[in-house]
Design a protein around this ligand. Sequence first.
Ligand SMILES: Cc1cc2nc3c(=O)[nH]c(=O)nc-3n(C[C@H](O)[C@H](O)[C@H](O)COP(=O)(O)OP(=O)(O)OC[C@H]3O[C@@H](n4cnc5c(N)ncnc54)[C@H](O)[C@@H]3O)c2cc1C
Ligand code: SF4
Ligand code: SF4
Length: 1009
Amino acid sequence: MKVDSASELQPVTDTGVALAAQLRAHTRGEVMFDAAARGRYATDASIYQVTPVGVFVPADEADVRTALQIARELKVPVLPRGAGSSQCGQTVGACLVIDCSKHLRRVITLDAPHRTVRVQPGIVLDELNARLKAHGLWFPVDVSTSAQATLGGMAGNNSCGSRSIAYGNMVHNVSGVHLRLADGDALHAGPLAHLTGRAATAAHVVRTLAETHCIEIDAMWPRVMRRVGGYNLDIFRPRSERPYTADGSVNLAHLFVGAEGTLGFIEALDLHLTALPRGKVLGVVNFASFHRAMDSARHIVKLKPTAVELVDRTMIELARANPAFKSVIESALIGAPEAILLVEFSGDDRTALRMQLRKLGELMGDLGLPHCVVEMADEAPQKALWEVRKAGLNIMMSLKGDGKPVSFIEDCAVPLEHLAEYTAALTDVFTRHGTRGTWYAHASVGTLHVRPILDMRRDGATKMRAIAEEASALVRKFKGAYSGEHGDGLCRGEWIRWQFGPKLSEAFRAIKQHLDPDNLFCPHRIVDPPRMDDASLFRFAPDYRTIALKPVFDWSAWNVQNDPATEAISAPGTGDDATLGFAKAVEMCNNNGHCRKFDAGTMCPSYRVTRDEQHLTRGRANTLRLAVSGQLGPDALTGDAVHDALALCVGCKGCKRDCPTGVDMARMKFEVQAQRHARFGATWHDRVIGRVPDYARWASRLPWLFNLRNQVPALAALGERWLGVSAQRRLPTWQRDTAGRRSRELGLVTREALLRSHAAGQKTAVLWCDTFNEHFEPHNAVAALRVLKAAGYAVHLARADGGGAPCCGRTHLAVGDVERARAKARALHAALLPFAERGIAIIGLEPSCLLTLRDEHLVMGMGDSARTIASQALLFEEFIVREARAGRFAPAWRRPAQRLLVHGHCHQKAFGLMGDVVAALQLLPGADVSVIDSSCCGMAGSFGYEAAHREVSMRMAELSLLPAVRAAGDAIIVADGTSCRHQIADGAQRQALHVAQVLADHLAAAAAI
Ligand SMILES: Cc1cc2nc3c(=O)[nH]c(=O)nc-3n(C[C@H](O)[C@H](O)[C@H](O)COP(=O)(O)OP(=O)(O)OC[C@H]3O[C@@H](n4cnc5c(N)ncnc54)[C@H](O)[C@@H]3O)c2cc1C
Ligand code: SF4
Ligand code: SF4
């Protein structure tokens, strides 16, 4: 096996050094020219990687103008970028990348009565629509990446949403583009009649070109709505199925939509808005054959739906296999269909909408498919099903192994009457090349997404070329568009000449030369593009290698290969990876950018506060990939760049659940910490923080001494200076009355007694009290005991060999001390195994500790005992919900007088356990339970206590948690995480309670303890 790594990223050139210096001197923006930062901006959601000259994050528009001027003077090309979610390599290039997404995201003016808005380019679609909702308006180009895509990027790509059949693409919804040209001039593009200055001249040039080439336009221009390739020369000779303007007039702004940043920098956009429809209904049409689904689309669109979206059998099965989507997809199925079409109607009259659904059923009956429509009239199930459809691509991308579904012909558009024939023929092409594709998306407009599985490190490029050639022949045969949604970029640039012919390609060159004669903006895009299969541009080129690494965790589940024709995965450990699977786990990040989100879910709290690519799951995964492939130089995995990228990762595991490909950055951070520990050893801070469980027993015997730090400011100041623990934080206070020391008084039974009770068929459980609930908050353990005893359980408190609370080793893992962590885990396993082997539940109170048993312990080489223990390890709420459902848990309760407001611990969310927390609280009669829509609390173990992180920690908490707690009135705040409770106390001066405490407080008969 060859284990030499890929070559290092190109160093910064002298020009780059000068550029960086000038940017630093003359702007307020962030200037990033180090290898890791440039590496993070070298990729987007495509297969390509090109290292930029440098990265600039402007603070405002003035910064942009200054940067353009400096770049022009130094002759460095410029590439504007939004979320970088482009699939064709639009946002990678050897340029100065200007990231608009951090600061250029204002709504400049909103004119609700006239339904127009002017925005800066970096605003994200969902953020804009959230603001418009109050006015009953929305911007209806609803791309699947609506939570990430910026309006500038959407305009750059001429993006298209699922509902384009009703609302059109970007080009149909942009009314003005305000551009900064290469020479520094402004160009305001809008309706032709009002143009002046540079805009009027440009319009004249483009009009002349369109007139000169009218014959070629008529002959070569695809007559489909979904055509986004090349420049929109057809503004002066309309060819789109859907006219660009309602009245047929010309708007120069449309030339710049789809220009992919090649003609100028968009400083602002004027957008048409649409009234939010009051109602929507969804008919899910189930088909026994894929061909029938495709053939029916042309009939269904005659009913004037707002969307017709395909989900094929593979996607259905993948969704079924995903716990988050299973019940949702199943609610839409009749039997086992080969494909479903999601047919949506929207409008203000609900009776009319129901009528439409009826008509859909009748139409399908007329087509010989009676009773195949599942009707969804309510909003919630519709929304849930749309989420499954939107997650389609991401679900597909979770395939492990080097073969990945590759985007290159994934949005060819053909007229609807040929859709069935086209998809059948393309499926044959895939089969001939030993691969297959999963079909989904926009059946209404003839743009079906499909990605064949290719291994770009091996024969992928050859197959890509062959498939592209055959697909293009089909597109030509059916008079379609090769580039129908995702733009040209590096991948489709060479097909522009194929699609439009040499004369129109020269016309495109003339447009570029008129507006950007010195090629300042995004060279080699649209005009003079490279070959799509130029391996020097690939992220995973055939010479891609990784360093050799002996990881401390078991990553073999990722060390596999797949069969592109069947998607079957080889056995764990057979993937020939020099890092034994760690690199392949890292490489699961396909850069789709889904982690750049601010809406639901946990991922990614640090990005939510900093908006820095470095502090994003994607940025971290890219940094790790560059490090393990040697592109950041020797020993980079344990070097500063990786350390810095991981510094604000709070290990919340939000990505483990929310990332569509399951990138588990928390575990990766543990791995890196362990590698660093092996290289550099432990710091004082690591020793004091990591070894809390080691000295906890003694500290809780002398609580007055150890708690002095909270009372004597000088000690807190010393702690900050020597150990980096923030003096502004109160530390948890040591308690003498631990559950262990009160075991007799609490009525706990011995190990032997518990085993006897279990053998006698009595209700039994083991309570495992983690270090924190044992020594800082023993009242939670007491509360849990009261509840369990009230329900008739005999309870044994797990003890380590020499007495004391056994620890899971998590604090050691956090500082990379895996050996100590393993020793701790072994001692814990020894204490728990006799019970787990007999099927006795092991109940934990602290989510991060208990769930370590079901997560990290399984990959630490601890053998079968780890699996046995994991199978019995339950959080308190999981246990009682399970028992209550089985009819074994029914103490008498009091009705809570206040409402219950829950903040979920990140690991509870990551393991999908929030339902159990709510269900446990709902055991209380009449309980009014709601969950705060919050990400990480920001405390995250020791993270928020550290002086270096306190501020960012508080900002995480202020995003949603603390405001919700402050607004909660007299509600009881429920939080199972020790650090979450401390953060709430620190930030909102409210005492949050463990779910066990809440339940204990509402037992009808006060238990003896
Ligand atoms: C999982 C997934 C699903 C997707 N689904 C869809 C979909 O449903 N519909 C769809 O159309 N696309 C889709 N895409 C593609 C992509 O998300 C969209 O094209 C999106 O609109 C790009 O937005 P962005 O902010 O990421 O732009 P970027 O990728 O950052 O940039 C896009 C282009 O705009 C240019 N640009 C950005 N800002 C400026 C500026 N200020 N001035 C000039 N040019 C600028 C860039 O140079 C680039 O050429 C999908 C991608 C993924 C990964
Ligand atoms: S980390 Fe996950 S969500 Fe983020 S870009 Fe990578 S694959 Fe997408
Ligand atoms: S573990 Fe949490 S903070 Fe770290 S990358 Fe994942 S989502 Fe972000």
